[in-house]
Structures are given as structure tokens and as C-alpha cells.
Design a protein around this ligand. Structure first.
Ligand code: PRP
Ligand code: URA
Length: 208
């Protein structure tokens, strides 16, 4: 089990602006994209390298390149797309999976409405992205589904996590490392992370 809190000052600064209820939809979206570049740097830090023979203008060299098949970003809809966009700037050749899930407001259970992923998930690193890990129902369901379709090498990247969500997630999927910008105080009685930033999807898309 591994949980990494990305406490880089730029990440923390941008996260504070995102938490602020005065931040506009456009500002929230832009910051999520910016922060995803910084989080993406951390979540890919230990990717394996091989070498390839190239010729610089001066001489041949064996230069480092990423080893293995292109990785997969699996976005948990809707809000995962805010992280996905920046991550694709970082790794433009990555493959993408979409996992459509929403939280039932009464039960807080994750309800699946869409799934599309590359067929060879078992051969690739799959980085699952969703800004919020609250009860962890959505993240657990997304990873259950990806594993049922063959994924074995996964990571989970979020922006904010609740301690309750981290505990449930790491119990359900101890083999999946978690990366987050912060672990907040707790969940409130409605399953929202507090202090948190509110409903990530609504803040990204202005749907409240
Ligand atoms: C939010 C968020 C996560 C989920 C986290 O999505 O983006 O997917 O809640 O909560 P959990 O850990 O308790 O499952 P939501 O269900 O609001 O859907 P949306 O992204 O379509 O708004
Ligand atoms: N989903 C969100 O978007 N925000 C929360 O605080 C909890 C779940």
C-alpha cells in the first residue's frame, strides 16, 4: 500500500485558489489543467526507461526513451476529464479509457453508465484519474472494472482525498498506489470532503 502526497509549493498554491468559492468556473478549469501537469510529473516519476540509438548533429548516442507500451489514462467521468486534458499534454501518445460513474446522492454508491477502454489493458500501465476520493466508492468501482477487463498495473491520481476514502481504497486495492495533492480532514454527513472544494464536476462545468 502506498500513498503519496504531492506537496510541491505550486500544487499547494493552485489548490488553495481552487478551493476558494470565489474562483470562477473558467479559473477552476484552468487551474485543474495546470495542476494536472505537476501531478502528472510525480505520478510518472519512476517510469522505466530503455535506450534507443539516435544521431545527434554531432555523433550517435544511446538515448533514453520510455520502456514498454504506451500508458493508459483512465478518466472517471465527468471530473476526471479535467485532469486528463493536462496529462495528455504531458504524454500525448497515451491511450485513454473512459469510465462513466456518478454517485447516487442518497446511497453514495457509484452507478456506472459508460465504459470504453483499450483492449490490451493487461500490457499497459493504467493511471486512473479523478479529482476527488471521498467515500472511494467511485474509485473502487472504476478499478474493479478496469481489473475485470485485464488491467494489473494501476495507479490512482486525485487532487483531494478524505482519510475515510484513503482507508477504504487501500483496503480494497492495496496493490494500487495513490497520489494526491492533499488529504483533508474528513467527510461530512453528505459524503463531501471537508474543507474540500465542493463538487468538482459542478465547479468545472458550471452545472450547479
Ligand atoms: C465525484 C468525483 C468522484 C466522486 C467521488 O463525481 O468526481 O468521481 O464524486 O466520490 P466518492 O469517492 O464518494 O465516490 P460525481 O459522482 O459527483 O460525478 P460527476 O463527476 O459526474 O459530477
Ligand atoms: N465528489 C465531489 O466532487 N466532491 C466531494 O467533496 C465529494 C465527492
Amino acid at each position: 500500500m502506498s500513498v503519496t502526497v504531492v506537496n510541491h509549493p505550486l500544487v499547494q498554491h493552485k489548490l488553495t485558489i481552487m478551493r476558494n468559492k470565489e474562483t470562477s468556473t473558467a479559473g477552476f478549469r484552468r487551474l485543474l489543467r495546470e495542476i494536472s501537469l505537476l501531478l502528472g510529473y510525480e505520478v510518472t516519476r519512476d517510469l522505466e526507461l530503455t535506450t534507443t540509438r539516435i544521431e545527434t548533429p554531432l555523433q550517435p548516442m544511446d538515448a533514453p526513451t520510455l520502456e514498454g507500451k504506451k500508458l493508459v489514462f483512465a478518466s472517471v467521468l465527468r471530473a476526471g476529464n479535467g485532469l486528463l486534458e493536462g496529462l495528455l499534454d504531458l504524454v500525448p501518445a497515451a491511450r485513454v479509457a473512459h469510465v462513466g460513474l456518478y454517485r447516487d446522492h442518497d446511497t453514495l454508491e457509484a452507478v456506472e453508465y459508460f465504459f470504453k477502454a483499450p483492449s490490451d489493458l493487461g500490457d499497459r500501465l493504467v493511471i486512473v484519474v479523478d479529482p476527488m476520493l471521498a467515500t472511494a466508492n467511485s474509485a473502487i468501482a472504476a478499478i474493479d472494472k478496469l481489473k475485470s477487463r485485464g488491467a494489473t498495473n494501476l495507479r490512482f491520481l486525485c487532487l483531494l482525498a478524505a482519510p475515510e476514502g484513503i482507508a477504504r481504497f487501500t483496503k480494497a486495492h492495496p496493490d494500487v498506489p495513490v497520489f494526491t495533492a492533499a488529504i483533508d480532514e474528513k467527510l461530512n454527513e453528505k459524503g463531501y470532503i471537508v474543507p474540500g472544494l465542493g463538487d468538482a464536476g459542478d465547479r468545472m462545468y458550471g452545472t450547479k
